[in-house]
Design a binder for this molecule. Structure first.
Ligand code: FAD
Length: 266
């Protein structure tokens, strides 16, 4: 069974600088794995652990590949993914990829999957990246690959030979969905401590060479990727101003209720 986990590097800072295209200047920033993607890795590891006792050899030999699109610096988070238990990792890195919006990002990642991992069974993504926060990349990858997607997944309840049952968190409760492979799953934060790098994994990561793919390796041209392949145009980027006004204090609940009443009637 072949599992891919999409992981994004996000800046480990609140001191954001902008490029001339009004996008985040990422080069040189201290980076970490997007937190939701750590839960995506964990779900992949859970499947691998469960399938160790499977009868079928293909399922027993489950392989997890972490995949990221980003600058060369993103090799660090891929090494961390290997230290956490992924078997190998691929970085999509090419100057031509820079300036990609979510459409071009999903197109680039899905083309890399089509051309380099055509026999994949499952793709895990985080539900959101906490910097961009659009939640569009996972569904975009599934659309380009024309496979089913299950979003807002809180946990995976059961695996069968060619399918799984995912528990989705909704606004007013939970629902369980059965999906057949190949499929893409976007995961939320699970109710458990996420995986951490192990010493054994860290040694393996140090000795693993990350495979790097550019535009020529994924069946696209420079017109399809990066800023050229991005229909989104950012006209302005700014920090919102916080205008909280003056604070006032109330000594009891009646005074608070009266203040709220005055405020509403203003
Ligand atoms: P979401 O869609 O919220 O992420 C959900 C999940 O998708 C993640 O948890 C992860 O599993 C997966 N995922 C998302 N991104 C990646 C990735 N890169 N690799 C692997 N998995 C991923 N960003 C830059 O870094 N450099 C730029 O130059 C740049 N230019 C931009 C230009 C424009 C016009 C726009 C609109 C955006 C630009 N961005 C750039 C932002 C970039 O498009 C988004 O960061 C990216 O497409 C992912 O969107 P998101 O952050 O909302 O992730």
């Amino acid at each position: 069974m072949k599992i891919l986990v999409c992981i994004k590097q996000i800046p480990d800072t609140t001191d954001i600088k902008w490029t001339e295209n009004n996008t985040i200047q990422r080069e040189g920033l201290e980076s970490v794995i997007n937190p939701y993607d750590i839960f995506a890795i964990q779900e992949a590891l859970n499947i691998k652990k469960i399938l160790r006792s499977a009868q079928n050899d293909d399922m027993k030999n489950t392989e997890i590949t972490a995949i990221s699109m980003g600058p060369l610096q993103a090799q660090d988070i891929l090494k961390k993914a290997i230290a956490m238990g992924c078997d190998n990792a691929v970085l999509l890195s090419d100057k031509k990829f820079s300036g990609a919006d979510t459409y071009a990002t999903a197109k680039t990642i899905s083309s890399a999957i089509k051309t380099n991992f055509p026999d994949f069974d499952l793709i895990f993504c985080g539900q959101f990246a906490i910097d961009g926060d659009t939640a569009q990349t996972g569904p975009g990858i599934a659309s380009f690959l024309n496979i089913p997607q299950v979003t807002f997944v809180k946990n995976i309840k059961k695996y069968e030979e060619n399918s799984l049952y995912a528990v989705r968190e909704l606004e007013d409760g939970f629902e369980t969905v059965k999906v057949e492979f190949p499929a893409l799953i976007c995961v939320l934060k699970g109710d458990y401590e996420p995986v951490r790098p192990t010493i054994q994994g860290t040694i393996k990561a140090q000795n693993t060479k990350i495979r790097i793919l550019g535009v020529d390796d994924i069946g696209l041209t420079s017109d399809d990727v990066g800023i050229k392949g991005s229909p989104t145009y950012v006209s302005k980027a700014f920090r919102p101003e916080h205008n909280r006004g003056e604070c006032s204090y109330c000594s009891d609940i009646d005074e608070l209720a009266n203040k709220i009443k005055e405020y509403i009637n203003e």
